[in-house]
Design a protein around this ligand. Structure first.
Ligand code: 5GP
Length: 193
């Protein structure tokens, strides 16, 4: 088991409805030493790809993205969630369905911060059905920029997102892939990588 898998076993809680709660170290309280290890690992995995920008989505991707960005020495852009249909100015917009909140959001990025010269690493905390990721990918495509890689902390391998995104040809690297989890027993199994 790697460092993140060990931490999930120690502190993750399996909830009904295929939700893994990791709010004591990942997406509410944040363990920055753990984020440092994740940053180092993503740096190793995406080294040499000419990455000049990190893209993530608010809110829980931002913390991880910032630490990853320090390892690449590049800025972070985060897509903002907005329910407003009256978006002012020059924005890239994608529609994203939230897995955890079961609602649709528009996610927006200012055209000032993504352009055709950009080589983008997309970072997020979770991959479930892949909706959030498809929205981010479409924003990068609209900007004419290139997705050089996708780094996810925890992928739920029993949901479809990972397969869909890999089938589209993207270099998707997840630090932990949960193969199965059981809310009744609390048992979590990981995919061997
Ligand atoms: P997707 O769009 O891939 O279905 O869902 C991705 C987003 O939903 C992630 O950014 C994350 O915020 C949230 N999410 C999905 N599954 C889980 C989960 O099991 N636990 C938590 N804490 N968040 C999740």
């Amino acid at each position: 088991m790697n460092f993140l898998e060990e931490r999930i076993i120690k502190d993750g809680i399996v909830k009904e409805g295929n939700v893994l709660k990791v709010d004591s170290f990942l997406n509410h309280q944040m363990d920055i030493s753990l984020f440092e290890q994740m940053g180092e690992e993503f740096k190793k995995r995406f080294e040499g790809k000419g990455i000049n920008k990190i893209l993530t989505i608010e809110a829980s991707g931002i913390g991880i993205a910032c630490i990853v960005a320090r390892h690449f020495d590049v800025p972070v852009v985060f897509a903002k969630k907005s329910k407003s249909i009256n978006i002012e100015g020059d924005m890239y917009i994608a529609e994203v369905e939230s897995f955890t909140h079961k609602c649709k959001n528009q996610v927006i990025v200012s055209k000032k911060f993504l352009s055709p010269e950009d080589h983008v690493l997309i970072i997020d905390d979770f991959m479930a059905n892949g909706c959030a990721m498809q929205g981010l990918i479409s924003i990068v495509q609209e900007a004419g920029a290139k997705v050089e890689g996708i780094g996810i902390a925890i992928e739920k391998g029993f949901q479809d997102g990972g397969r869909i995104i890999r089938n589209l040809g993207y270099d998707l690297q997840s630090l932990a892939i949960v193969e199965s989890m059981d809310a009744a027993t609390g048992n979590i199994e990981f995919r061997a990588q």
